[in-house]
Design a binder for this molecule. Structure first.
Ligand code: TYM
Length: 331
């Protein structure tokens, strides 16, 4: 089976952008691939964070993934910092990662602009991401569109490392991105990518009243100033969300009523709020149940780390051997 690797930062709760763009696909891929899903806590500490809640957020992220349908019997679910080989491979890969490419990373530029003092870890972030993927020699990486640049860098790092150390037998495969039709979900502001740090999200475990509370003021087609103005569904983010949560019949009904001004934006949002709540309620309920058994969850990720580490060690041993390091004598 081909190998899949993907990761999510425990920097807040999962939102519908993460779910539609990535996690739903992670669940679907479990039947066809050898899947590795990682909570990337070492990435989360490259931006200012609260150390008193990191551990709890990490555990809750695991719970959210399990609640979405990630099955630890079929997939390896683990926490990045539990497998220290990630950081060792990262160091080795920094020796081939091109500085100029790192300087061009848009996420680095965006995030560093928001900081007075930029930590070197934020700059090296994409090399750790490359190490995550290459450590498992994964061939496919299900992500949203915002990660494509990091994935291109991973491919470049693999190419350069292979050229230097692997001769005719490219040991590190160049991974391919797997995108969904929801590769970039726009936030409730109708402008930026849905993102926790922008506060424009709907959380996967939000109860129906919160979903409605967030959708009510959400931005729609700016040309619909009054209730009687006809709208253009194609330019409305609420319509886009309907396409991901409502049946084709409902999507058609929504589009017709928007164009004819049969419905106002609030009518359209009410239907969307119901569809989203209906979809998310089972996830929220499973999450609530899992929250009652943190020890079980810790066991799942303990086992996940053991399984991931076995593979990680093999890759790292081969990488170090090809790079010419003196092996440590066993025993
Ligand atoms: P993160 O934690 O920001 O997001 C997790 C996944 O959700 C996707 N995503 C979205 N998709 C569509 N629309 C949106 N608005 C949206 N917001 C987020 C992301 O593309 C991602 O797939 N650097 C990564 C974590 C990472 C990783 C890796 C990913 C570390 N190592 C190795 C893949 C492979 C990140 O910050 O994702």
């Amino acid at each position: 089976m081909r190998r899949v690797f993907s990761g999510v930062q425990p920097s807040g709760e999962l939102h519908i952008g993460n779910w539609l763009g990535a996690v739903q696909n992670w669940v679907a891929l479990q039947d066809r691939y050898d899947c590795h899903y990682c909570i990337v806590d070492l990435h989360a500490v490259t931006f200012p964070y609260d150390s008193t809640i990191l551990a709890e957020r990490t555990r809750e992220m695991v719970m959210s993934l399990l609640a979405c349908g990630i099955d630890p019997q079929r997939s390896i679910v683990f926490v990045q910092s539990h497998v220290p080989e990630h950081t060792e491979l990262q160091w080795l890969l920094t020796t081939v990662a091109p500085l100029g490419e790192l300087e061009r990373m848009t996420q680095f530029k965006d995030k560093s602009q928001r900081l007075e003092s930029v930590p070197a870890g934020l700059f090296a972030y994409p090399v750790l991401q490359a190490a995550d993927i290459l450590l498992y020699r994964a061939e496919a990486v299900p992500v949203g569109e915002d990660q494509l640049q990091h994935l291109e860098l991973t491919r470049e790092v693999a190419r350069r490392w292979n050229a230097q150390f692997a001769g005719d037998d490219p040991f590190l495969p160049e991974p391919q991105a797997l995108l969904t039709t929801a590769k970039r979900i726009v936030g409730l502001d109708g402008q930026a990518k849905m993102s926790k740090s922008l506060g424009n999200t709907i959380g996967l475990t939000d109860p129906p009243e919160d979903i409605w509370g967030k959708l009510r003021p959400a931005v729609t087609d700016p040309a619909r100033v009054t209730r009687k103005d006809p709208g253009t569904p194609e330019v409305c983010n609420i319509f886009d969300l309907h396409k991901h949560f409502s049946s084709p019949d409902t999507v058609e009904l929504v589009a017709g009523n928007c164009r004819s001004a049969g419905w106002g934006c609030l009518d359209c949002k009410r239907v969307l709020a119901d569809r989203i709540s209906e979809t998310l309620t089972p996830i929220r309920e499973r999450f609530t149940t899992l929250r009652e058994s943190p020890a079980e969850v810790d066991e799942i990720i303990g086992e996940g780390a053991d399984r991931a580490q076995r593979l990680a060690r093999e890759t790292l041993k081969e990488v170090k051997s090809r790079m010419g390091f003196l092996p440590r004598k066993e025993g």
